[in-house]
Each structure stands twice: as structure tokens, then as C-alpha cells.
Design a protein around this ligand. Structure first.
Ligand code: MG
Ligand code: MG
Length: 265
């Protein structure tokens, strides 16, 4: 268990400032795109706006060109735009958003060598109350993690609380995709799961000041199992077709708690 922690890079205050600067760009993109989400807008248009904002900030979009062994093509866009039953890795396209949809937008950038990564799920117009509750509970699970992270705790203590928050709400926690360390690379050690069971005990780690993590609960309205959504190898969808939400912040563990790096401060 200590061996897993040994691979985790502890960041200096200067590095955390650089991560925060990258996080501010991500926050700006998500805030502006969130304001644009409405019926009739296409996710391709949102992606084009993200591209402009990221370039104007002097940053680089991290998702564009990413490869995965199951995919036919590198990821083609700046943002992941995951609609309704899509959980993550949705590809922006020209279909107009419809009233009642939910859209998860995930954005990652590198600025001056350091990465920021955050996501949020937005309602399109008015959504059903049960759908709004899915968004509220997923956001609450992320906020709970931010409240509970502090040095001296194990990650599993936080993960258990997130899982309880989600499951008490009647929803499912995705197991196949998890959060991650973040720094000069978007994905560093450790893996940061949103649940805890015995299978995770060897990957558990102590929370230490200077650790920087991307925390990202992915929550399903039905069963938690997921599968690839189409032949492109990118969009991940719920197996049962239920809708899913995704909220993410990059954070730094401090001497007495945590600082969110992607909240615009
Ligand atoms: Mg992300
Ligand atoms: Mg992430």
C-alpha cells in the first residue's frame, strides 16, 4: 500500500500555483460553455468555442489527439460532450441539444507545462425532477469529497463517503472509470476511485500535503455498469441505458485540508 503512494508526485507551492493557473482556464471554459447550453445548440458549436477560449488563454487542449487502444481514431475534439446515457468520452457533433437532455462537459488543458481537468453536467432547458436529483447528488458527492479530504486520512475513507452519498440517493457509482493524480501529465498516479471495496485495498493511499488529484464521480440513474457506446471506441454509455452525470474538480491537498484548483479562484 505504501508502495502505491511512493509513485505519487508531491508538488511544490510553485507547481500548485501553475496547476491553479491551468485550472482557471478550465473553469472559464466550463463556465462559458455552461452558459451556452440550451435547446438547439450543438455540441460541435460548444467545442469550437472551447477551442477559441483555450487558444486565447495560451493553453493547449489535452483531449484532442488522445489515443485509446479500443478506438479507431484519436479523440477528435477539445471537450468531451457526453449526452444523457453517455457517461464520459462523448464526441461533440452536429445534433442540436433538446429540452430535457443533460450534457456532461469535460475539459482538460495544459498551460505552461501544467494541467487542469474538470467536468460538469448541465441541464438543457428544464429537466425532469428525477434528472435534476441525479445532477444534484453527483455534485454533492464531489463537494463531500472536497470537505472530507485532509492529510492523515486514507483516500478510501473519502471514497466510502462518496459512494454512500450516491447509493443513499438511489444511484450507481461507475467502477470502470476513476479519478487520477494530475500534474505535468493529465493522468498521474494514483488512481482515485469513487467507491471502495476489497478489490481496491492495495491501491489505497494516504492523503499528504502537496498531492494533486482530479476527483470525478461518475453516477448513473440505474445500474452502474457501462459499455462502449459505438464503433468509434470513444463514448462510454450505461449498459442499461439509464442517464449518467459527471462532476470533476482538480484539487491540491494542503497542510490542513484541500484547495480546489478548478473553481475559478
Ligand atoms: Mg476530466
Ligand atoms: Mg479527469
Amino acid at each position: 500500500m505504501r508502495a502505491a503512494a511512493a509513485k505519487i508526485v508531491i508538488k511544490s507551492p510553485r507547481e500548485i500555483e501553475l496547476l491553479r493557473a491551468a485550472g482557471r482556464v478550465v473553469h472559464r471554459v466550463l463556465t462559458e460553455l455552461g452558459d451556452l447550453v440550451r435547446p438547439g445548440v450543438t455540441t460541435a458549436a460548444l467545442d469550437a468555442r472551447a477551442d477559441e477560449l483555450i487558444r486565447a488563454a495560451g493553453a493547449v487542449a489535452l483531449f484532442k489527439g488522445v489515443r485509446n487502444p479500443q478506438a479507431r481514431m484519436p479523440f477528435p475534439a477539445c471537450i468531451c460532450a457526453s449526452l444523457n446515457e453517455q457517461v464520459v468520452h462523448g464526441i461533440p457533433d452536429d445534433r442540436p441539444l433538446r429540452e430535457g437532455d443533460i450534457l456532461s462537459i469535460d475539459c482538460g488543458v495544459r498551460l505552461k507545462g501544467y494541467c487542469g481537468d474538470a467536468a460538469a453536467t448541465f441541464p438543457v432547458g428544464r429537466v425532469a425532477p428525477a434528472v435534476q436529483r441525479l445532477l444534484d447528488v453527483t455534485r454533492a458527492a464531489l463537494e463531500l469529497a472536497v470537505q472530507e479530504i485532509r492529510p492523515g486520512r486514507r483516500w478510501s475513507q473519502v471514497a466510502r463517503l462518496m459512494q454512500k452519498c450516491v447509493e443513499d440517493g438511489g444511484f450507481g457509482v461507475v467502477r470502470e472509470f476513476v479519478g487520477h493524480g494530475i500534474g505535468q501529465e493529465m493522468r498521474e498516479e494514483p488512481k482515485v476511485p469513487n467507491y471502495y471495496d476489497r478489490s481496491q485495498r492495495h491501491a489505497d493511499f494516504d492523503l499528504l500535503p502537496g498531492m494533486t488529484l482530479a476527483i470525478e464521480p461518475m453516477v448513473t440513474a440505474g445500474r452502474p455498469e457501462v459499455r462502449l457506446g459505438d464503433a468509434s471506441g470513444w463514448p462510454v454509455v450505461t449498459r442499461d441505458g439509464s442517464w449518467a452525470a459527471h462532476f470533476e474538480h482538480s484539487v491540491a491537498v494542503t497542510a490542513d485540508g484541500v484547495e480546489v484548483l478548478t473553481d475559478g479562484n
